[in-house]
Design a protein around this ligand. Structure first.
Ligand code: FES
Length: 183
């Protein structure tokens, strides 16, 4: 009888232990680590309670220590300017124009860049009449050889037809000794 009771008690204890191990609270509950608790492998890191700990050797013992947060990756440096570099600033004195070809999105754009007394301006060289490329003439205008249209060099406006629309203008940024275009 005493033997049976002992078996019963042992069975109940074992059943209770198994129930405890498989209960959601036992499975989910991770042991909480506190600084100073012993650890096994130096250098190992773990997170507990939202804090990061690292196993370190201290006074001959291996203990968890609050780890310094890993530095966030730095954002890449912003480019010096928006746009595409087309010329060095030194290449364009006041009153001077340069024809450049700018590649963007798999296309090439013929652009005339001019430094005026008020700053640098840039226009697409395609004549708005039928697309012939304009060039700077001796009167400092943009001239189309096909049908004679003339455009203002600093504003792109039509001076003389048959073209009726101004040349396409691009945003220019000048910084760090270079000229950039935004197409
Ligand atoms: S294409 Fe330029 S004026 Fe006709």
């Amino acid at each position: 009888m005493a033997d049976l009771s002992r078996r019963k008690i042992l069975g109940m204890l074992a059943g209770g232990f198994v129930a405890f191990l498989t209960s959601p609270s036992a499975v989910d509950a991770a042991p909480t680590i506190r600084a100073g608790d012993t650890c096994k492998k130096v250098g190992r890191r773990t997170t507990s309670g939202g804090k990061t700990f690292e196993c370190v050797e201290a006074n001959g013992a291996r203990v968890w220590k609050r780890a310094k947060e890993t530095a966030k990756p730095q954002q890449p440096a912003k480019p010096a300017a928006d746009g595409i570099k087309v010329l060095d600033s030194s290449a364009l004195s006041v009153g001077k124009s340069e024809n450049v070809v700018v590649s963007s999105g798999g296309r090439n754009f013929a652009v005339v860049v001019t430094r005026t007394s008020a700053g640098v301006v840039a226009f697409n060289r395609a004549c708005t009449h039928q697309g012939t490329l304009v060039t700077v003439n001796s009167a400092n205008q943009l001239y189309c050889i096909s049908h004679g249209s003339l455009f203002n060099l600093t504003t792109g406006a039509v001076v003389e037809g048959p073209a009726s629309r101004a040349l396409t203008q691009y945003k220019v940024t000048e910084t760090g000794g270079a000229i950039y275009l935004t197409l």
